[in-house]
Design a protein around this ligand. Structure first.
Ligand code: ZN
Length: 392
């Protein structure tokens, strides 16, 4: 017990020092700076830094830094090829795959559009295998250097076992996807739900959110959310926390796949926007046609988008009352292509939310794309760090 406790303290200290060096890549950081931040002894810090250097994770920079007191120190940098991971996203309409280095840069990536058909898990895995080989070919690193793969998937994912419980878009139930992917790819695979991977990417790239309560809301082919309270993902009992697609916002609204009426998914996804216009008798086959009509001031489109923005505002209102996070980050393909929808929704919110809650609320558009894919690469990286550190 005591030995285990000692080991945990040691691992945590190594991870903490590595995290400090990693987070300060834009500025020079020396051993003395780390001593100051951690309040650990110079000997301990030097020992840990030496371990990180010997493991090929950190190097000493050529630049010598001088602190305010005039003391000299050598800057420390992470080695980009120290940990290389792949991130995969499985969405209902496409697959994405990227290679990420230890400086958190995506060095190569690729997308594959899925056809409108049911795919077996094995078919998706062999597509991922092909993409993995292709993307590694385009990256500066060899396939054998990629230490782990993160895979994010729509639906209900057991991130501990790596199973996909339920992905209705593919008709999958209780699939041991992680184990199968691990065998096919020949390296550790870590699974996560797509929204939880996305919030990981957004928050880890903007570190100030680590100290806040944050909701990520994605509007695209589907609608989903994830929540982080001070850097910790809220998961619920079955990792299904944040599945807001079936929250009802129009009690007598359109029929949903789930059997109810007026779920968020029946009014705020790419396809539901098209269907709603078609049902109203408009000749619309692409969502871009609706945006175009709105932007040129066509009355029906202005009215329709205004109503849709009202639905989005209502959803955001519900999220505020459910999760009470001070930040709501709104992303997804629909918002990226059509930010007006979010602007209009924001205007409606002041009337919908009590001033006490509204005054501390920040609603921010997420402009990065493919967050589930990069998030999966981050998750693989964090797991690789744990494995390496625990083996020390
Ligand atoms: Zn529903």
């Amino acid at each position: 017990m005591q030995v285990q406790k000692q080991q945990n303290i040691k691992s945590n200290n190594i991870k903490m020092v590595l995290g400090i060096i990693k987070d300060r890549q834009s500025t020079e950081i020396s051993r003395a700076d780390i001593v100051k931040i951690t309040r650990m002894s110079p000997t301990s810090i030097s020992r840990i830094v030496d371990i990180l250097i010997s493991r090929g994770l950190v190097r000493e920079d050529d630049v010598v830094t001088t602190d305010r007191a005039g003391r000299k120190g050598t800057g420390l940098k992470v080695i980009p090829e120290g940990i290389l991971t792949a991130g995969v996203s499985i969405d209902s309409d496409k697959l994405g795959l990227c290679i990420m280095d230890f400086a958190d840069r995506v060095v190569a990536s690729k997308e594959f559009m899925l056809k409108q058909q049911k795919y077996e898990p094995e078919e998706i895995i062999s597509l991922i295998q092909e993409m993995f080989t292709d993307v590694c070919g385009e990256s500066p690193y060899g396939k054998e250097q990629i230490g782990a793969v993160g895979i994010s998937c729509i639906g209900n994912v057991d991130y501990k076992k790596g199973d996909i419980y339920f992905a209705p878009q593919f008709g999958w139930n209780h699939i041991d996807f992680g184990i199968r992917a691990r065998q096919a790819l020949g390296r550790p695979v870590y699974m996560e739900n797509d929204m939880k991977a996305a919030i990981t990417s957004v928050v880890w790239q903007e570190k100030k959110y680590m100290d806040e309560d944050v909701t990520y809301l994605s509007i695209g082919m589907g609608v989903g959310s994830a929540v982080m309270f001070h850097g910790i993902i809220a998961r619920g009992s079955d990792n299904a926390f944040g599945e807001v697609g079936h929250v009802i916002i129009q009690p007598n609204g359109r029929k949903c796949d789930c059997g109810q009426r007026g779920c968020v998914q029946t009014t705020l996804t790419r396809n539901s926007l098209i269907e709603e216009c078609q049902e109203a008798g408009f000749d619309i086959t692409k969502v871009e046609q609706i945006f175009e009509a709105y932007r040129t001031g066509q009355e029906w489109a202005v009215e329709f988008i205004d109503r849709t923005a009202g639905d989005l505002a209502m959803l955001i209102r519900n999220l505020v009352y459910m999760y009470n996070t001070s930040y709501i980050l709104v992303g997804g393909a629909l918002i990226l292509d059509f930010p007006e929808l979010l602007h209009l929704a924001k205007k409606k919110l002041s009337d919908l939310i009590h001033i006490n809650l509204y005054s501390s609320l920040h609603i921010i558009q997420v402009r990065t794309q493919n967050n589930s894919m990069t998030g999966a690469a981050f998750i693989a990286q964090a797991n690789r760090i744990n494995e390496i550190v625990e083996s020390i």
